[in-house]
Design a protein around this ligand. Sequence first.
Ligand SMILES: CC(C)(COP(=O)(O)OP(=O)(O)OC[C@H]1O[C@@H](n2cnc3c(N)ncnc32)[C@H](O)[C@@H]1O)[C@@H](O)C(=O)NCCC(=O)NCCS
Ligand SMILES: Nc1ncnc2c1ncn2[C@@H]1O[C@H](COP(=O)(O)OP(=O)(O)OP(=O)(O)O)[C@@H](O)[C@H]1O
Length: 196
Amino acid sequence: MKIVGLTGGIGSGKSTVAQMFMDLGVPVYDSDVEAKKLMHSSKKLKEEIINLLGEDAYQEDTLNRSFIAQKVFNDPELLEQLNGIVHPAVRKHFLAWADMQKAPYVIQETALIFENGSQDQYDFVVLVTAPLNTRLQRVVERDGISEQQVLDRMGNQMDDAQKVDLAQFCIVNTDLETTKNKVGELHARLVTLSSS
Ligand SMILES: CC(C)(COP(=O)(O)OP(=O)(O)OC[C@H]1O[C@@H](n2cnc3c(N)ncnc32)[C@H](O)[C@@H]1O)[C@@H](O)C(=O)NCCC(=O)NCCS
Ligand SMILES: Nc1ncnc2c1ncn2[C@@H]1O[C@H](COP(=O)(O)OP(=O)(O)OP(=O)(O)O)[C@@H](O)[C@H]1O
């Protein structure tokens, strides 16, 4: 079984594209969602996160996302430390999940691949892109946060121009119908590549 990484900057449409692959029957692991579940359920992670960010990181036992986001997304060092706690746990959990899937290939959807040099963990990396202004607008509308807050997160991610050169496949996600067709073509290609 091959392991495909699906990545893209904030608001590029990773989750939208991931859903299209799921509709074609491909098992998809959503790292953002699973990371949050682990940050909630693992006592060890929780302790480490409280040690790093303080008691306010959890509110009545629930992850205080806005507090954490506001602390880490404009402090690269702190973000790196948080990533150092969360990412190894997600990796371990993903591998156990992948082991249980029966399909030619599985997808790990994750915001960060090239940023942390983890591209070697994948057989192929698919990059989703969209123009910066479109991404900004989508996230402001979806999450109700300010443009500056989106720009802070973008500041911790690599530019598309650099990522395009590193990925094996790229999906430009502006028109949804075009994206869907591209996903269909890519799926057929990945199935073929997975059997060779
Ligand atoms: C800070 C947190 C609680 C904010 O949660 P929130 O629900 O507001 O945002 P969400 O997780 O949906 O992230 C939205 C987008 O922000 C960007 N983002 C998230 N984590 C990171 C990161 N570590 N570095 C750069 N960008 C990131 C991505 O584009 C992501 O898709 C959360 O993002 C987090 O815990 N991040 C650190 C752990 C991590 O790296 N998770 C990502 C998968 S392993
Ligand atoms: N081609 C498109 N046309 C119009 N809206 C879109 C398109 N693709 C995605 N969107 C919308 O833009 C928003 C962001 O898309 P999505 O959540 O898939 O991005 P993402 O890359 O997963 O974002 P994040 O990094 O924040 O998790 C969503 O509200 C989604 O419905």
